[in-house]
Write a protein of this length. Structure first.
Length: 255
């Protein structure tokens, strides 16, 4: 066994298209010995790591997933062999990617860890809609929140609605009816809202509507995970993209 200590890179793969990767990410992939590939990352990213052994460690809500503890043991095991382990995560690793747990486990094992930022799906969704999440005519900030709590409880939707910020809700499609009902207890029915599925990829689909119609229209359109739900006045700036909030449209990216 090598006496040279390896390292782990937590690499943010972005929301889909490989052209959203940073140059730093591409360099790390080229130097990788082991690629731990997340289920939400574009599988073609493996082509940028020609010397790496690819191990798929998928984690999807409601699906059979690789246990988090097992992923952390894999990282430790291969790094202790002197290898460069690249843990590929969809979106940005530091936003709902369990990076905190992995960083703590690696530090406890005295293994060096690098973090490479990327484009989160919330930002990719906003770009697809052509809007600013922090448009100053509508809000003073944006709140990123997951609807999938570790203990399966609901976030305090009333408190979140009262912030007056744009809400970017991750992992919420399975609960879209209940979360919109909760938000409607605080927010007007006419509050602009959107769902963007497969944000930042060639398969991207968008729905722009109002909060009271969001759950029904998203379900009718067959929209599901992975998707980001956006709610707040700033979303109204996307009205021109959705023909008065009445249709779902899939827009092909420019070649």
């Amino acid at each position: 066994m090598s006496t040279v200590q390896g390292k782990v890179t937590l690499l943010s793969a972005g929301p889909g298209d490989l052209d959203l990767l940073t140059l730093r990410a591409a360099k790390a992939l080229a130097a990788a010995d082991i690629l731990l590939l997340d289920d939400l990352a574009n599988a073609d990213i493996a082509t940028l790591a020609p010397n790496a052994r690819v191990i798929r460690v998928g984690k999807r809500g409601g699906c059979k997933s690789t246990p988090q503890a097992f992923i952390q043991r894999l990282m430790q095991r291969h790094a202790k062999k002197g290898l460069h382990v690249v843990r590929v995560k969809g979106g940005d690793a530091l936003l709902f990617g369990r990076a905190g747990e992995e960083i703590a486990a690696l530090r406890e094992a005295a293994i060096a860890v690098d973090i490479i930022n990327g484009v989160s799906s919330g930002f990719a969704a906003a770009a697809g809609l052509g809007i600013s999440l922090t448009h100053r005519d509508h809000c003073q900030g944006v709140t990123f929140v997951t609807a999938h709590m570790q203990d399966h409880s609901q976030p305090d939707w009333a408190a979140l609605a009262a912030t007056g910020t744009t809400l970017a809700i991750y992992m919420g499609m399975s609960r879209i009816a209940s979360l919109t009902a909760s938000l409607l207890e605080t927010l007007p029915a006419s509050t602009p809202a959107a769902v963007v599925q497969h944000a930042g990829s060639q398969q991207e689909r968008r729905l722009v509507t109002t909060l009271d119609r969001l759950a029904e229209e998203a379900t009718a359109a067959g929209l599901g995970s992975p998707a980001v739900i956006l709610i707040g006045g700033a979303i109204g700036e996307a009205a021109g993209f959705a023909a008065h909030a009445e249709t779902v449209e899939g827009f092909a990216h420019a070649a």
